[in-house]
Design a protein around this ligand. Structure first.
Ligand code: NAD
Length: 277
């Protein structure tokens, strides 16, 4: 596959494009993951709360691709934050996946009013020291939460996975990540297929390059240096979303796309989201 890697702040290589499985039912995850891996994806993004770690693990096993060629991410769910409960939740995730390590383990949400993410992170540091996660990171952390972790713990997160698409370009977070050497990973990189892909400006760029709107948006993420994990269960779209390496957006296209930023969240606000906590 022609998907480039980015080097995380601990030297681990992570594919810049992966396959996300949120909302893929457990009994469909195996087939979807196999299709993605056959199409050239080497990185898979799941989470305990997606309730499809077992199906995802079956897909990984059935793919026939060697474990060390794959990059597997899962996430700690909100209700499991805290030192001991994090260690227990990680064991459960590994056993559901049928793996003896993950490549990346993420704290799913910061839950700032709970005040448990520092303790959870200390458990992450233990998991990392034991080699059971090759890299550790966070998701949905605002710059202030990253600063707290950097101040109060020893390992700087390798990744922050945040909502990021042309309508929510996250300039402030991207700047904070750059300052700390944290990779930016885009969730809902296509804007969940709602609206962003019908945007007239993106449609115009799609015509110009003879590509689909999804390909324009994903190519934009690549050229910005984001890691991204688009989701689809439709085999033709799974393939379309990785066919990004034979065209390029020019400076004017990038400037046009920069102009679409509207600070518009499709998902929850990390400052207040507490589901499952
Ligand atoms: P996405 O932006 O990847 O959009 C997916 C939807 O877009 C699909 O369901 C489909 O309707 C449409 N789509 C996909 N490919 C298309 C194509 N080529 N043409 C037209 N339509 C297409 O949204 P997502 O699933 O929310 O995000 C991707 C992944 O990010 C998830 O699967 C999950 O792994 C991760 N995620 C993480 C968090 C978090 O809190 N960390 C939150 C949401 C999602």
């Amino acid at each position: 596959s022609k998907v480039p890697n980015i080097t995380l702040n601990n030297g681990v290589e992570m594919p810049q494009l992966g396959y996300g499985v949120w909302q893929v039912p457990d009994d469909q995850a195996e087939a979807s993951v196999v299709t993605a891996i056959e199409s050239g994806y080497r990185s898979i993004d799941t989470a305990a709360v997606y309730a499809n770690e077992e199906g995802t693990g079956k897909g990984i096993a059935a793919s026939g691709v060697a474990r060390e060629e794959l990059f597997v991410t899962t996430k700690l769910w909100n209700g499991d934050q805290g030192y001991d409960s994090t260690l227990r939740a990680f064991d459960t995730s590994l056993s559901k996946l049928g793996l003896d390590y993950v490549d990346l383990y993420l704290i799913h949400w910061p839950l700032p009013s709970r005040g448990t993410y520092v303790d959870s992170w200390k458990a992450f540091e233990k998991i990392y020291a034991d080699g059971r996660a090759k890299a550790i990171g966070v998701s949905n952390f605002l710059p202030e939460h990253l600063r707290t972790l950097v101040k109060e713990t020893s390992v700087v997160p390798a990744v922050n996975q945040i909502e990021l698409h042309p309508w929510l370009q996250q300039g402030e977070s991207r700047a904070a990540h750059a300052e700390h050497g944290i990779a930016t990973e885009a969730w809902s990189p296509l804007g969940q297929g709602k609206g962003v892909l019908e945007d007239a400006t993106i449609a115009e760029l799609a015509r110009k390059h003879d590509r689909t709107p999804a390909q324009i948006v994903l190519r934009w993420h690549l050229q910005l240096g984001n890691v991204m994990i688009p989701k689809s269960v439709t085999p033709s779209r799974i393939r379309e979303n990785i066919a990004l390496f034979d065209f390029e957006l020019d400076e004017a296209d990038l400037a046009t796309l920069a102009g679409l930023d509207a600070g518009r969240r499709l998902g929850p606000d990390p400052a207040t989201f507490e589901m499952g906590a």
